[in-house]
Design a protein around this ligand. Structure first.
Ligand code: CTP
Ligand code: CA
Length: 232
């Protein structure tokens, strides 16, 4: 599939997708991370491309192969992901940005050059000192010449999904939030299916449990529908 051949309801549209976890190193062999397989984000990149969009995927470490026809870049840490996103957003005025990445909220304050060694069998290292990572979604959502027309966040919640997602929508400044329940027993983390609530400023829509590919296709169609209508 080449750019020239693309047609479909998102033809001519540019989309940015973040996906996967970030890994925050502690020493050369250890890191702090969020759980994330990258499946939902990669499926979304593919679904947007299938509707004709030009897709830029910026991904943390996953076991997945980038979908065909998608321009992918890879990184490890939240700060690297943020730098790639900012660079991409400044170079391309994206029509839509969708942040599915499970970004680590904190990173170890210092990274040791050498492996931290145990002094003895009961030894534990000093308590971890952490620093906050940049909020990539909030940065994309803030008013700027580079703000995508439509900015969509994901919200992983383990309880009170709608209330937390509503608060997150306001706090982040994004346009839509796709909230999912990742609580114990949901089998969403790493699993093949997702059950989401799509929340905009005015609407709340609960979707049935679907494969991550079907959630991706439905969200891509919803985005295409939004762009097919006039917005000021
Ligand atoms: N996100 C981001 N950069 C961060 C943290 C989160 O871009 N440093 C994005 C995620 O990709 C997701 C959305 O923000 O689209 C919500 O992430 P989530 O972890 O659910 O929200 P937080 O604001 O980090 O709040 P908390 O973890 O406390 O629930
Ligand atoms: Ca978080």
């Amino acid at each position: 599939r080449t750019q020239a051949q693309k047609s479909g309801p998102l033809a001519g549209r540019t989309c940015l997708v973040t996906a996967g976890p970030t890994h925050e190193p502690l020493d050369p062999v250890r890191y702090l991370a969020n759980r994330s397989s990258g499946k939902q984000g990669y499926a979304l990149a593919e679904a947007l491309a299938d509707l004709g969009a030009k897709v830029r995927l910026i991904s943390g470490p996953t076991a997945l192969r980038a979908p065909a026809g998608v321009d992918a870049s890879f990184c490890e840490t939240a700060r690297q992901m943020n730098a790639l996103v900012v660079e991409a957003a400044e170079a391309t005025s994206f029509d839509v940005a969708i942040c599915t990445a499970a970004v680590a909220d904190w990173r170890p304050a210092s990274v040791q050059d050498q492996k931290i060694k145990k002094a003895g069998k009961d030894d534990v290292p000093a308590p971890l000192e952490l620093l906050p990572n940049p909020d990539i979604l909030a940065g994309l959502s803030a008013p700027s010449p580079f703000r995508p027309r439509l900015v969509i966040g994901f919200a992983a919640e383990t309880e009170r999904v709608e209330a937390h997602a509503r608060a997150k929508l306001a706090r982040k400044g994004c346009d839509w939030i796709v909230a999912n329940n990742v609580g114990a027993g949901s089998n969403v983390m790493g699993g093949p299916e997702n059950e989401v609530v799509l929340m905009t400023q005015e609407t709340v829509e609960s979707w049935p449990r679907l494969s991550k590919e079907d959630v991706a296709r439905r969200l891509a169609i919803t985005v295409a529908d939004w762009f097919s209508k006039p917005h000021n």
